[in-house]
Design a protein around this ligand. Structure first.
Ligand code: C2E
Ligand code: MG
Ligand code: MG
Ligand code: MG
Length: 285
């Protein structure tokens, strides 16, 4: 029996797979070092209320300054971190950095919410609500200023446990957003249970509504459904002015995307928003 397992395993091995595995293991080892030596940092992307043009929230996105590979994007190493358990210290770092940042912005008069991404693993971690509560207290940030983004897929990987964690988070006063909405399964059944406060419509639907009539219909009906359920709506992936114009006609929508502002380090966001610099500690070395 073991011999058969071994044979099956070997038969699926391709040289390409092998190299990727070695590379992934190396990157994983490097990520451990990165956490210990301060190679991770956080960039911030504005979310703009399209009805009045005001920045109402900011999403924290992690970046890795790798000594040899240069800047590594989140989607290149977050999946790795998720499979290894390193996602826990990564999220703790992002949450702590983002809350310290939003506390400084609040003190400087910039009233924005801060959005932080969670992974599936966190939704089965019963200790998470307590950890989030402690971080809010430590930085003296009101819970209503924190948005935690989760995907449908993450919720559905263990819905019963996810419900417990999300419920406890909401009791703290934190809001929950469904990220990449529309790309997972069973989205409507989850909406019906309403343990959420915000829908972020995935950029694959949003970015092309100016040209693709079907995308426009999908986005329009998603917005009206979400607003009717009293949810906040964020449209992701806005890459041009036409998309802004189209969305404005569809109701009260918050926009996020390269056209409205790329993810940038805190001092640059402060320059762009015209507030006095308060974030010299986050400046690039
Ligand atoms: P997400 O949470 O859906 O974040 C939005 C992603 O879309 C970001 O990529 C952002 O840079 C990109 N984006 C924003 N506007 C536009 C646009 O107009 N056009 C296009 N093409 N892209 C746009 P990023 O930073 O590479 O992050 C990728 C994903 O990695 C995130 O997707 C999120 O799922 C995950 N991630 C990022 N930071 C963290 C983190 O701190 N913790 C966890 N657990 N996951 C994170
Ligand atoms: Mg997100
Ligand atoms: Mg998203
Ligand atoms: Mg995503």
């Amino acid at each position: 029996y073991h011999a058969k397992l071994e044979r099956d395993r070997i038969s699926t091995f391709s040289p390409e797979f092998d190299i990727n595995t070695v590379e992934r293991l190396q990157l994983l080892a490097d990520l451990r070092t990165a956490l210990d030596t301060g190679q991770l940092h956080v960039v911030y992307q504005p979310q703009t209320d399209l009805t009045d043009g005001r920045v109402v929230a900011v999403e924290a996105l992690v970046r890795w300054r790798h000594p040899e590979r240069g800047l590594v994007r989140a989607d290149e190493f977050i999946p790795l971190a998720e499979n290894s358990g390193l996602i826990f210290p990564v999220t703790a770092f992002v949450l702590d950095t983002a809350l310290a940042q939003v506390a400084r912005w609040h003190a400087a008069g910039l009233d924005v919410r801060m959005a932080v991404n969670l992974s599936a693993r966190h939704l089965s971690d019963q200790g998470l609500p307590q950890q989030v509560g402690a971080a809010l207290t430590r930085h003296q940030v009101p819970a209503s200023s924190l948005v935690l983004e989760v995907t449908e897929t993450a919720i559905l990987s263990d819905p019963a446990r996810a419900d417990l964690v999300l419920h406890a988070l909401r009791r703290l006063g934190v809001s929950i957003a469904i990220d990449d909405y529309g790309t997972g399964n069973a989205s409507l059944s989850y909406l019906k249970r309403l343990e959420i406060d915000e829908l972020k419509i995935d950029r694959s639907f949003v970015s092309n509504i100016g040209a693709d009539h079907h995308d426009l219909i999908i986005v329009r009906s998603t917005i009206s459904l979400a607003l009717a359920l009293d949810l906040r709506v964020v449209a992701e992936g806005i890459e041009d002015a036409e998309t802004v114009t189209a969305l404005r006609g569809l109701g009260h929508v918050i926009g996020q995307g390269y056209h409205l502002g790329r993810p940038v380090e805190a001092p640059e966001l402060e320059r762009r928003l015209g507030i006095a610099p308060v974030s010299d500690t986050d400046a690039a070395p």
